[in-house]
Write a new protein. Sequence first.
Length: 245
Amino acid sequence: MPRRLPPAGGRLLLAAQVLWRSRAHKVTPFVGRGNVATVATPGHKRRDQGRTVRWVTVPGLADVERIALSCTLCPLATGRTTVVFGEGNPHAALMVVGEGPGRDEDLQGRPFVGRSGQLLDRLLLEEVDLERSEVYIANVVKCRPPGNRDPLPDEIAACRPYLDQQVSLIAPRVVLTLGKFATQVLLDTTEGITRLRGKTYPYGPDGTVLVPTFHPAAGLRGGGEVVAAMRADFVRARQALGAPR
Ligand code: URA
């Protein structure tokens, strides 16, 4: 049966509500108009067997991406070449969150493909023993801010549901935030990255751990000391990946 979803804003709200409800009540999502099924699978509780239930499909990562790719919710839409939604393993235990696409990313539609990305890939491999393809990489904003300026509060607010959906749907064990900007947004703080890094933080209701580190661009600028601190943070992420939820 084809998916019939409400318009973009409603869809995100809908998805958020559904995810929240299904997690809170530990039920199989979810009930809605149009789709009717008789529950007869062995996995369902006995009292559900043979009963007719109405259900609809929960939007997945591909649905959220499809919506984001034509997003015009903020002025960054007018200056972009491509929307950089994010990429990687949709079931990743480690999700990496940067600030926003730069020039190379805007042109290619992929996150962290420039020099910063090369450093990121190297540290992931050397300190976490993970290939780029094994993690999921996204940014706080999905469109390039002009001249690589910091995204503005309205732009972050418009884009935030996409990132929240990505975190919800991927449900990573660890979120590694790259740089002051992504860390401050996700931890909802104005504290500087030098004070924030070096520790882990609980993130969200599902036992996810947030590990802040410097942005790779700072590593490229700052040299050995910054990269050494990043290595320590990546090791912290690796340890958090191994810890029970
Ligand atoms: N810097 C970021 O924060 N994100 C990218 O995707 C590239 C550079």
